[in-house]
Design a protein around this ligand. Structure first.
Ligand SMILES: NC(=O)c1ccc[n+]([C@@H]2O[C@H](COP(=O)([O-])OP(=O)(O)OC[C@H]3O[C@@H](n4cnc5c(N)ncnc54)[C@H](O)[C@@H]3O)[C@@H](O)[C@H]2O)c1
Length: 377
Protein backbone atom coordinates (compact mmCIF):
# COMPACT_ATOMS: atom_id res chain seq x y z
CA UNK A 1 0.00 0.00 0.00
CA UNK A 2 1.34 3.44 -0.85
CA UNK A 3 2.10 5.65 2.12
CA UNK A 4 -0.20 8.60 2.80
CA UNK A 5 0.78 12.13 3.79
CA UNK A 6 -2.08 13.94 5.52
CA UNK A 7 -2.32 17.62 4.60
CA UNK A 8 -3.74 20.40 6.79
CA UNK A 9 -4.44 23.51 4.70
CA UNK A 10 -4.83 26.94 6.32
CA UNK A 11 -6.45 29.63 4.16
CA UNK A 12 -8.50 29.06 1.03
CA UNK A 13 -8.14 32.28 -0.98
CA UNK A 14 -6.20 32.50 -4.22
CA UNK A 15 -3.31 30.36 -2.99
CA UNK A 16 -5.27 27.94 -0.84
CA UNK A 17 -7.26 26.89 -3.89
CA UNK A 18 -4.10 26.58 -6.02
CA UNK A 19 -2.54 24.31 -3.37
CA UNK A 20 -5.70 22.19 -3.14
CA UNK A 21 -5.71 21.72 -6.92
CA UNK A 22 -2.04 20.69 -6.77
CA UNK A 23 -2.54 18.15 -3.97
CA UNK A 24 -5.42 16.56 -5.87
CA UNK A 25 -3.60 16.47 -9.21
CA UNK A 26 -0.05 15.56 -8.17
CA UNK A 27 -0.69 11.76 -7.82
CA UNK A 28 -2.28 11.65 -11.29
CA UNK A 29 0.57 13.58 -12.93
CA UNK A 30 3.52 12.00 -11.13
CA UNK A 31 4.26 8.58 -9.75
CA UNK A 32 4.68 9.61 -6.11
CA UNK A 33 6.27 7.69 -3.26
CA UNK A 34 3.26 8.65 -1.11
CA UNK A 35 -0.20 10.04 -1.69
CA UNK A 36 -1.06 13.47 -0.32
CA UNK A 37 -4.47 13.32 1.35
CA UNK A 38 -6.53 16.54 1.61
CA UNK A 39 -7.53 15.85 5.20
CA UNK A 40 -8.20 18.98 7.26
CA UNK A 41 -8.86 22.59 6.23
CA UNK A 42 -8.91 25.71 8.43
CA UNK A 43 -10.58 29.04 7.72
CA UNK A 44 -11.65 32.05 9.77
CA UNK A 45 -15.07 30.61 10.71
CA UNK A 46 -16.52 27.10 11.01
CA UNK A 47 -19.09 27.89 8.29
CA UNK A 48 -16.53 29.12 5.75
CA UNK A 49 -14.22 26.20 6.56
CA UNK A 50 -17.03 23.70 6.07
CA UNK A 51 -18.07 25.20 2.73
CA UNK A 52 -14.48 25.38 1.46
CA UNK A 53 -13.77 21.79 2.58
CA UNK A 54 -16.77 20.69 0.51
CA UNK A 55 -15.70 22.74 -2.55
CA UNK A 56 -12.01 21.82 -2.42
CA UNK A 57 -12.49 18.17 -1.45
CA UNK A 58 -11.12 18.06 2.12
CA UNK A 59 -12.29 15.39 4.59
CA UNK A 60 -12.66 17.64 7.62
CA UNK A 61 -12.77 21.36 8.51
CA UNK A 62 -12.26 23.73 11.42
CA UNK A 63 -12.74 27.41 12.12
CA UNK A 64 -9.67 27.42 14.36
CA UNK A 65 -6.21 26.93 12.85
CA UNK A 66 -4.77 25.94 16.27
CA UNK A 67 -6.95 22.82 16.13
CA UNK A 68 -5.45 21.98 12.75
CA UNK A 69 -1.78 22.36 13.71
CA UNK A 70 -2.32 20.23 16.84
CA UNK A 71 -4.30 17.48 15.11
CA UNK A 72 -2.33 14.21 15.53
CA UNK A 73 -3.42 12.95 12.09
CA UNK A 74 -1.86 15.88 10.21
CA UNK A 75 1.66 15.38 8.76
CA UNK A 76 2.10 18.65 6.83
CA UNK A 77 0.75 22.08 7.74
CA UNK A 78 0.24 24.11 4.57
CA UNK A 79 0.11 27.87 5.25
CA UNK A 80 -1.80 29.92 2.65
CA UNK A 81 -2.84 32.79 4.92
CA UNK A 82 -1.79 36.46 4.61
CA UNK A 83 1.89 37.13 5.34
CA UNK A 84 1.51 38.36 8.95
CA UNK A 85 0.15 34.96 10.05
CA UNK A 86 2.91 32.80 8.55
CA UNK A 87 5.28 33.05 11.52
CA UNK A 88 2.78 32.31 14.29
CA UNK A 89 1.25 29.43 12.36
CA UNK A 90 4.61 27.94 11.32
CA UNK A 91 6.08 28.12 14.84
CA UNK A 92 2.97 26.40 16.26
CA UNK A 93 3.14 23.71 13.56
CA UNK A 94 6.86 23.12 14.16
CA UNK A 95 6.24 22.88 17.92
CA UNK A 96 3.66 20.18 17.16
CA UNK A 97 6.30 18.31 15.11
CA UNK A 98 4.72 18.94 11.68
CA UNK A 99 6.45 19.52 8.36
CA UNK A 100 5.60 23.01 7.03
CA UNK A 101 4.79 24.15 3.49
CA UNK A 102 4.38 27.93 3.52
CA UNK A 103 3.55 30.58 1.00
CA UNK A 104 5.98 33.42 0.35
CA UNK A 105 7.28 35.78 1.59
CA UNK A 106 8.19 33.59 4.54
CA UNK A 107 7.79 36.36 7.13
CA UNK A 108 7.31 40.10 7.64
CA UNK A 109 10.98 40.61 8.51
CA UNK A 110 14.35 38.88 8.27
CA UNK A 111 14.47 38.52 12.07
CA UNK A 112 11.12 36.71 12.08
CA UNK A 113 12.20 34.47 9.20
CA UNK A 114 15.42 33.67 11.08
CA UNK A 115 13.42 32.61 14.15
CA UNK A 116 11.41 30.26 11.93
CA UNK A 117 14.60 28.76 10.42
CA UNK A 118 16.07 28.10 13.88
CA UNK A 119 12.85 26.48 15.12
CA UNK A 120 12.46 24.25 12.04
CA UNK A 121 16.10 23.15 11.99
CA UNK A 122 16.10 22.48 15.73
CA UNK A 123 12.93 20.37 15.42
CA UNK A 124 14.27 18.57 12.35
CA UNK A 125 11.08 19.07 10.33
CA UNK A 126 11.03 19.60 6.55
CA UNK A 127 10.11 23.01 5.15
CA UNK A 128 9.25 24.31 1.68
CA UNK A 129 8.29 27.82 0.56
CA UNK A 130 6.07 28.52 -2.46
CA UNK A 131 8.40 30.24 -4.90
CA UNK A 132 6.65 28.24 -7.64
CA UNK A 133 7.97 30.04 -10.74
CA UNK A 134 11.29 28.19 -10.45
CA UNK A 135 9.40 24.92 -11.20
CA UNK A 136 8.37 25.96 -14.72
CA UNK A 137 9.97 23.69 -17.36
CA UNK A 138 11.48 26.64 -19.23
CA UNK A 139 13.06 28.06 -16.09
CA UNK A 140 14.39 24.66 -15.01
CA UNK A 141 15.90 24.41 -18.51
CA UNK A 142 17.42 27.90 -18.20
CA UNK A 143 19.13 26.84 -14.98
CA UNK A 144 20.44 23.66 -16.63
CA UNK A 145 21.87 25.65 -19.55
CA UNK A 146 23.60 28.10 -17.20
CA UNK A 147 25.00 25.30 -15.01
CA UNK A 148 26.28 23.37 -18.04
CA UNK A 149 28.39 26.33 -19.18
CA UNK A 150 26.65 26.41 -22.58
CA UNK A 151 26.44 30.22 -22.52
CA UNK A 152 29.91 30.52 -20.99
CA UNK A 153 30.57 32.32 -17.75
CA UNK A 154 27.68 34.46 -16.52
CA UNK A 155 28.47 38.18 -16.71
CA UNK A 156 25.06 39.74 -16.03
CA UNK A 157 21.61 39.04 -14.51
CA UNK A 158 18.58 41.21 -15.29
CA UNK A 159 15.25 40.31 -13.66
CA UNK A 160 11.85 41.85 -13.15
CA UNK A 161 8.51 40.83 -11.71
CA UNK A 162 6.00 43.50 -12.65
CA UNK A 163 2.21 43.26 -12.43
CA UNK A 164 -0.63 45.83 -12.39
CA UNK A 165 -2.96 44.28 -9.81
CA UNK A 166 -3.02 47.50 -7.75
CA UNK A 167 -2.72 50.11 -10.52
CA UNK A 168 -6.39 51.08 -10.07
CA UNK A 169 -6.41 53.75 -7.28
CA UNK A 170 -10.01 52.90 -6.36
CA UNK A 171 -9.00 49.40 -5.21
CA UNK A 172 -9.28 49.29 -1.40
CA UNK A 173 -6.65 49.19 1.29
CA UNK A 174 -6.28 45.42 1.88
CA UNK A 175 -3.79 43.31 3.83
CA UNK A 176 -1.24 43.74 1.01
CA UNK A 177 -1.03 47.55 1.46
CA UNK A 178 -0.46 47.55 5.23
CA UNK A 179 2.93 47.17 6.89
CA UNK A 180 1.64 45.09 9.81
CA UNK A 181 -0.04 42.50 7.59
CA UNK A 182 2.17 42.40 4.47
CA UNK A 183 5.59 43.77 5.42
CA UNK A 184 7.09 45.22 2.23
CA UNK A 185 4.75 46.00 -0.70
CA UNK A 186 5.47 44.92 -4.27
CA UNK A 187 9.04 44.17 -3.17
CA UNK A 188 7.90 41.53 -0.65
CA UNK A 189 5.02 40.24 -2.72
CA UNK A 190 6.10 39.73 -6.34
CA UNK A 191 9.64 41.08 -5.80
CA UNK A 192 10.41 38.13 -3.52
CA UNK A 193 9.89 35.79 -6.50
CA UNK A 194 12.49 37.50 -8.70
CA UNK A 195 15.03 37.69 -5.85
CA UNK A 196 14.68 33.94 -5.23
CA UNK A 197 14.78 33.38 -9.01
CA UNK A 198 18.04 35.35 -9.34
CA UNK A 199 19.79 33.00 -6.90
CA UNK A 200 18.18 29.86 -8.35
CA UNK A 201 19.13 30.64 -11.96
CA UNK A 202 22.67 31.82 -11.35
CA UNK A 203 23.41 29.23 -8.66
CA UNK A 204 24.99 32.13 -6.76
CA UNK A 205 24.02 34.11 -3.69
CA UNK A 206 23.38 37.86 -3.79
CA UNK A 207 25.68 39.61 -1.33
CA UNK A 208 25.02 43.37 -1.75
CA UNK A 209 22.16 45.56 -2.95
CA UNK A 210 21.51 49.22 -3.75
CA UNK A 211 17.77 49.85 -3.70
CA UNK A 212 15.12 52.41 -4.52
CA UNK A 213 11.42 52.23 -3.54
CA UNK A 214 8.34 54.35 -4.26
CA UNK A 215 4.68 54.45 -3.31
CA UNK A 216 2.75 55.72 -6.33
CA UNK A 217 -0.80 55.67 -4.89
CA UNK A 218 -0.36 57.09 -1.36
CA UNK A 219 -3.99 56.71 -0.20
CA UNK A 220 -6.63 54.05 -0.87
CA UNK A 221 -10.30 53.75 0.09
CA UNK A 222 -10.79 51.89 3.38
CA UNK A 223 -12.50 48.51 3.10
CA UNK A 224 -15.42 49.65 5.31
CA UNK A 225 -16.13 52.49 2.84
CA UNK A 226 -15.41 55.20 5.42
CA UNK A 227 -12.77 57.50 3.91
CA UNK A 228 -9.23 56.63 2.85
CA UNK A 229 -6.11 55.28 4.52
CA UNK A 230 -2.39 55.72 3.91
CA UNK A 231 -0.67 53.01 1.85
CA UNK A 232 2.14 51.83 4.11
CA UNK A 233 4.50 50.06 1.73
CA UNK A 234 6.04 50.31 -1.75
CA UNK A 235 4.13 50.11 -5.04
CA UNK A 236 7.33 49.56 -6.98
CA UNK A 237 11.03 49.05 -6.33
CA UNK A 238 14.32 48.42 -8.08
CA UNK A 239 17.80 47.43 -7.02
CA UNK A 240 21.32 46.96 -8.27
CA UNK A 241 22.61 43.53 -7.27
CA UNK A 242 26.09 42.19 -6.56
CA UNK A 243 26.57 38.43 -6.22
CA UNK A 244 29.24 36.75 -4.05
CA UNK A 245 31.25 35.75 -7.15
CA UNK A 246 31.43 39.37 -8.35
CA UNK A 247 28.63 38.86 -10.92
CA UNK A 248 26.49 42.01 -11.22
CA UNK A 249 22.83 42.51 -12.08
CA UNK A 250 19.61 44.31 -11.33
CA UNK A 251 15.97 43.69 -10.46
CA UNK A 252 12.73 45.63 -10.63
CA UNK A 253 9.29 44.88 -9.28
CA UNK A 254 5.88 46.55 -9.38
CA UNK A 255 2.20 46.12 -8.54
CA UNK A 256 1.25 49.23 -10.54
CA UNK A 257 2.94 48.44 -13.90
CA UNK A 258 0.02 49.10 -16.26
CA UNK A 259 -0.47 46.27 -18.74
CA UNK A 260 1.84 43.79 -17.04
CA UNK A 261 -0.24 40.83 -15.86
CA UNK A 262 2.46 38.23 -15.20
CA UNK A 263 5.61 40.21 -15.96
CA UNK A 264 8.22 37.93 -14.45
CA UNK A 265 11.10 38.06 -16.91
CA UNK A 266 14.84 37.66 -16.96
CA UNK A 267 17.91 37.92 -19.16
CA UNK A 268 21.01 35.90 -18.33
CA UNK A 269 24.05 37.06 -20.27
CA UNK A 270 27.15 34.86 -20.51
CA UNK A 271 30.49 35.16 -22.26
CA UNK A 272 29.31 32.76 -24.99
CA UNK A 273 25.58 33.34 -25.21
CA UNK A 274 22.41 34.53 -23.51
CA UNK A 275 18.98 33.41 -22.31
CA UNK A 276 15.80 35.51 -22.36
CA UNK A 277 12.50 34.48 -20.70
CA UNK A 278 9.10 36.06 -20.06
CA UNK A 279 6.50 34.26 -17.89
CA UNK A 280 3.69 35.74 -20.03
CA UNK A 281 5.02 33.29 -22.65
CA UNK A 282 5.90 30.63 -20.09
CA UNK A 283 6.42 27.78 -22.57
CA UNK A 284 9.14 29.57 -24.53
CA UNK A 285 12.83 30.04 -23.81
CA UNK A 286 14.97 32.29 -26.02
CA UNK A 287 18.55 31.07 -26.41
CA UNK A 288 21.48 32.73 -28.18
CA UNK A 289 24.79 30.93 -28.63
CA UNK A 290 27.89 31.83 -30.60
CA UNK A 291 27.69 28.62 -32.64
CA UNK A 292 27.76 28.78 -36.46
CA UNK A 293 28.69 31.64 -38.83
CA UNK A 294 28.02 35.25 -37.72
CA UNK A 295 25.55 35.73 -40.55
CA UNK A 296 23.29 32.98 -39.18
CA UNK A 297 23.40 33.89 -35.51
CA UNK A 298 20.38 35.08 -33.53
CA UNK A 299 18.10 34.16 -30.64
CA UNK A 300 16.14 30.97 -31.25
CA UNK A 301 12.86 30.09 -29.52
CA UNK A 302 12.77 26.73 -27.76
CA UNK A 303 9.15 25.66 -27.24
CA UNK A 304 8.78 23.36 -24.24
CA UNK A 305 8.12 19.68 -24.95
CA UNK A 306 8.59 16.20 -23.49
CA UNK A 307 12.41 16.50 -23.63
CA UNK A 308 12.32 19.36 -21.12
CA UNK A 309 12.24 19.15 -17.30
CA UNK A 310 8.96 17.75 -15.87
CA UNK A 311 6.96 18.45 -19.07
CA UNK A 312 6.27 14.87 -20.16
CA UNK A 313 4.49 14.03 -16.91
CA UNK A 314 1.77 16.46 -18.03
CA UNK A 315 1.72 15.78 -21.78
CA UNK A 316 3.56 13.66 -24.36
CA UNK A 317 2.94 16.35 -27.01
CA UNK A 318 5.43 19.19 -27.55
CA UNK A 319 4.25 22.78 -27.54
CA UNK A 320 0.91 22.11 -25.83
CA UNK A 321 1.98 24.17 -22.84
CA UNK A 322 1.94 24.05 -19.04
CA UNK A 323 0.12 26.60 -16.87
CA UNK A 324 0.50 28.39 -13.56
CA UNK A 325 -1.13 25.59 -11.53
CA UNK A 326 1.18 22.99 -13.07
CA UNK A 327 4.10 24.73 -11.33
CA UNK A 328 2.31 24.14 -8.02
CA UNK A 329 1.80 20.46 -8.93
CA UNK A 330 5.56 20.12 -9.50
CA UNK A 331 6.15 21.93 -6.18
CA UNK A 332 3.86 19.45 -4.38
CA UNK A 333 5.71 16.53 -6.03
CA UNK A 334 8.96 17.93 -4.60
CA UNK A 335 7.34 18.42 -1.18
CA UNK A 336 6.09 14.82 -0.98
CA UNK A 337 9.31 13.27 -2.30
CA UNK A 338 11.38 15.46 0.05
CA UNK A 339 9.37 14.34 3.07
CA UNK A 340 9.02 10.65 2.23
CA UNK A 341 12.52 10.25 0.83
CA UNK A 342 14.02 12.54 3.48
CA UNK A 343 15.62 14.63 0.67
CA UNK A 344 16.69 18.26 0.90
CA UNK A 345 13.96 20.67 -0.19
CA UNK A 346 14.55 23.94 -2.08
CA UNK A 347 13.67 26.66 -1.29
CA UNK A 348 13.33 25.76 2.39
CA UNK A 349 12.93 28.18 5.30
CA UNK A 350 16.67 28.94 5.28
CA UNK A 351 16.63 29.84 1.57
CA UNK A 352 13.47 31.94 2.03
CA UNK A 353 15.05 33.71 5.01
CA UNK A 354 17.74 34.93 2.56
CA UNK A 355 14.98 36.41 0.41
CA UNK A 356 13.51 38.21 3.45
CA UNK A 357 16.99 39.51 4.27
CA UNK A 358 17.44 40.79 0.70
CA UNK A 359 14.06 42.56 0.84
CA UNK A 360 15.08 44.27 4.06
CA UNK A 361 18.53 45.11 2.70
CA UNK A 362 16.93 46.84 -0.33
CA UNK A 363 14.65 48.83 2.01
CA UNK A 364 17.59 49.84 4.21
CA UNK A 365 19.66 50.78 1.18
CA UNK A 366 16.84 53.07 -0.01
CA UNK A 367 16.50 54.67 3.45
CA UNK A 368 20.24 55.22 3.88
CA UNK A 369 21.30 55.83 0.26
CA UNK A 370 24.12 53.28 0.25
CA UNK A 371 25.06 49.73 -0.69
CA UNK A 372 23.91 47.25 1.97
CA UNK A 373 25.47 43.81 2.55
CA UNK A 374 23.03 40.97 3.32
CA UNK A 375 24.99 40.12 6.49
CA UNK A 376 23.83 43.44 7.98
CA UNK A 377 20.32 41.98 8.22
N1 LIG B 1 3.30 31.74 -4.84
C1 LIG B 1 2.51 32.58 -5.49
O1 LIG B 1 2.55 32.68 -6.72
C2 LIG B 1 1.54 33.40 -4.69
C3 LIG B 1 0.47 34.07 -5.33
C4 LIG B 1 -0.46 34.77 -4.54
C5 LIG B 1 -0.29 34.82 -3.16
N2 LIG B 1 0.76 34.19 -2.57
C6 LIG B 1 0.94 34.22 -1.10
O2 LIG B 1 -0.07 33.39 -0.52
C7 LIG B 1 -0.52 33.93 0.73
C8 LIG B 1 -2.03 34.12 0.65
O3 LIG B 1 -2.31 35.01 -0.40
P1 LIG B 1 -3.71 34.96 -1.17
O4 LIG B 1 -3.55 35.79 -2.40
O5 LIG B 1 -4.16 33.56 -1.30
O6 LIG B 1 -4.60 35.74 -0.12
P2 LIG B 1 -6.18 35.74 0.00
O7 LIG B 1 -6.52 36.99 0.73
O8 LIG B 1 -6.81 35.43 -1.31
O9 LIG B 1 -6.46 34.46 0.94
C9 LIG B 1 -6.07 34.41 2.28
C10 LIG B 1 -6.96 33.37 2.98
O10 LIG B 1 -6.51 33.19 4.32
C11 LIG B 1 -7.66 33.13 5.15
N3 LIG B 1 -7.30 33.50 6.51
C12 LIG B 1 -7.01 34.73 7.01
N4 LIG B 1 -6.81 34.67 8.32
C13 LIG B 1 -6.97 33.37 8.69
C14 LIG B 1 -6.92 32.69 9.93
N5 LIG B 1 -6.66 33.33 11.07
N6 LIG B 1 -7.17 31.35 9.94
C15 LIG B 1 -7.47 30.69 8.79
N7 LIG B 1 -7.53 31.30 7.58
C16 LIG B 1 -7.29 32.61 7.54
C17 LIG B 1 -8.62 34.11 4.52
O11 LIG B 1 -9.96 33.92 4.96
C18 LIG B 1 -8.43 33.80 3.05
O12 LIG B 1 -9.24 32.73 2.61
C19 LIG B 1 0.27 35.22 0.92
O13 LIG B 1 1.36 35.00 1.76
C20 LIG B 1 0.73 35.61 -0.49
O14 LIG B 1 1.92 36.36 -0.50
C21 LIG B 1 1.65 33.48 -3.31
Amino acid sequence: MPQRVNIGLIGTGYMGKAHAIAFKAAPTVFSLSATPVCDLLAEVTDELAERKARELGFNRSTGNWHTLVNDPRIDVVDICSPNYLHKEMALAAIAAGKHVYSEKPLALSAADAREMVVAAEHAGVKTLVGFNYIRNSATQLAREIVASGEIGELIHFRGRHNEDYLSDPTLPHGWRTKRMTAGAGALGDVGSHILNMAEYLTGQQISDVFGQLQTIIPERPLENGEGTGEVENDDHAQALLRFESGLIGNMETSRVASGRKMGLAYTLTGTKGAIVFDQERMSELQLYTQAGPQARRGFKTILMGPEHPDYVAFSPAAGHGLGYNDQKIIEVRDLIEGIVGNKALYPNFRDAWRTNALIEAIERSHAEGRWVHINEM
